[in-house]
Ligand binder design. Structure first.
Ligand code: FAD
Length: 450
């Protein structure tokens, strides 16, 4: 495309997943030119690496959505470029973009607040994000990422849906391995439909397999778990929501046979030699929705702790931050402090995602919906993705106003952006044919390998 056809504003978006693709698409519809940079070969973010691979239908649907949004004439895609590693923020500023949008998500695990515990990562301690990445990709013949060993009697620290995914992965893998040792082959998808059903089919139970099961440790009660996007604005609605949460957890336990330890916070590590061998917990009470630590302590010995207490955005040198998140100019804004054209959107803003919004606007769930909801929580993920996209729509309007107030870029600046993006594309071997690139780089899928 020549400079004349190109429009007079050029916008850089870092991260091309749910939030970045939505922003790029909306800006492209308004006639702007956009470069979407992603650190990965494909811009699928949490959909590819965080959503467990048993949700393969949802994954394919969401990825097709992203592809449709990014494959536009006025969007240039640049894979394999990580802001802060392959390209500094300072460099990007010097290219002269009309605006820079960070849609880099929340990939860093929130650290457990026990001093020195991170020295035991890989020696009895794992964090959720790399663990789920491994689970999603380890079947690929060329997989070269981190390796994880799952052990029975693991402790999972958490309480949200992501921690239930971790629990499911542990139980599925442990039971699958034990069945295999008895000569019974069961694939991951059957086990995901219910470990209880698979064991019943073979007339077995966990005892027969010599498995105790993992334990989910949560600082609140089961009725407080953020498992359902229901309104809790009146005592009646709260009671209903608590009943649903309890039912969701009961249903999960029935299907995946794990243990639950409510009202505990990990406060210290137990170490033997080089290895983390347990945790010391403080019990809590929940008073007026607040977690109040008790004087009661206990220890649990375990061969493996997996922390699933949330994800936070990874900070990038040169971009102002405060308390581990990007510093925003004022609450509710997406403008980065100290700049007039640098924005953060999607999970990159707080890392909290928009589950709170979902709860705030939560619908009343009828008994009928409640039953289907308990069976399958795909709709939660879909709801999150739609909420992320809806939030981006609101944010993008503010961003467009700002861009329209900027001076047009000169032909020289536009040409320089085109040349530099092309050089980066050439470096990664991407020739601009997005469809072909997706075809070539989509990893082999487990469901087609069985
Ligand atoms: C297990 C799990 C739990 C979830 N929990 C929640 C939740 O609690 N609340 C909620 O609202 N939603 C949640 N979701 C839904 C989902 O995460 C979001 O709705 C949505 O996917 C976030 O989209 P995003 O584009 O902001 O971030 P991501 O999907 O994380 O995408 C970020 C993109 O940026 C790229 N990137 C990152 N850093 C850089 C860099 N420096 N340079 C270039 N590219 C970069 C990544 O490769 C990625 O493609 C969850 C999803 C899963 C799978």
């Amino acid at each position: 495309m020549s400079i004349k056809e190109s429009g007079h504003h050029f916008i850089a978006i870092f991260g091309g997943a749910v939030a970045g693709a939505e922003a790029a698409f909306q800006l492209s519809k308004r006639g702007f030119r956009i470069v979407v940079f992603d650190q990965a070969p494909l811009p699928f973010g949490k959909i590819e690496d965080g959503l467990p691979k048993w949700h393969y239908k949802l994954r394919d649907k969401e990825e097709a959505n992203i592809n449709e949004k990014i494959d536009q004439e006025n969007i240039v895609f640049v894979p394999g470029v990580k802001l802060g590693r392959d390209l500094s923020f300072e460099d990007v500023l010097s290219w002269g973009f009309s605006a820079i949008i960070l849609a880099t998500g929340a990939w860093k695990d929130r650290p457990i607040s026990i001093e020195g515990i991170d020295a035991y990562i890989g020696k009895g301690l794992y964090y959720q994000n790399p663990f789920v990445y491994w689970f999603n990709h380890n079947h690929e013949p060329n997989y070269s990422g981190p390796q994880f060993e799952i052990e029975d009697k693991a402790l999972v620290i958490g309480g949200g849906l992501a921690s239930l995914d971790v629990v499911k992965i542990i139980m599925i893998e442990t039971v699958q391995k034990a069945l295999k040792a008895r000569g019974i082959e069961e694939d991951m998808f059957s086990l995901e439909h219910g470990i209880n059903k698979v064991l019943e089919k073979h007339n077995l139970n966990l005892n027969d397999l010599n498995i105790e099961g993992c334990t989910l440790c949560y600082r609140r009660r089961e009725i407080d778990m953020p498992l359902s996007p229901m309104a809790t604005t009146t005592p009646e609605l709260l009671e209903k929501a608590q009943l649903v949460r309890q039912k969701i957890l009961d249903n999960f336990q029935k299907k995946y046979l794990f243990h639950f330890e409510p009202c505990v916070i990990p406060v210290d590590k137990i170490v033997e030699g080089e290895k983390l061998t347990g945790l010391r917990f403080q019990r809590t009470n929940i008073v007026n929705d607040k977690v109040i630590p008790d004087d009661d302590f206990m220890e649990i010995k375990t061969p493996l702790v997996i922390s699933s207490i949330g994800s936070i955005p990874e900070m990038i040198q040169g971009i102002p931050s405060s308390g581990g998140i990007f510093k925003i100019s004022k609450p509710e804004s997406c403008l980065i402090d100290g700049f007039n054209n640098v924005f953060a959107i999607g999970n990159a803003v707080t890392g909290k995602g928009n589950i709170n919004e979902s709860i705030k606007h939560g619908r009343e769930i009828t008994e009928e919906i409640m039953e289907t909801h308990l069976e399958w929580h795909q709709e939660d993920y879909e709801n999150w993705h739609r909420q992320t996209a809806m939030k981006v729509t609101k944010e993008i309007n503010t961003i467009i106003e700002t861009i329209e107030n900027q001076k047009f870029l000169s032909d020289g600046v536009i040409q320089k952006i085109l040349d530099q993006t092309e050089a980066l594309q050439t470096k990664t071997g991407y020739n601009g044919n997005y469809k072909k690139w997706v075809e070539l780089n989509t990893p082999p899928r487990l469901e087609t390998m069985l």
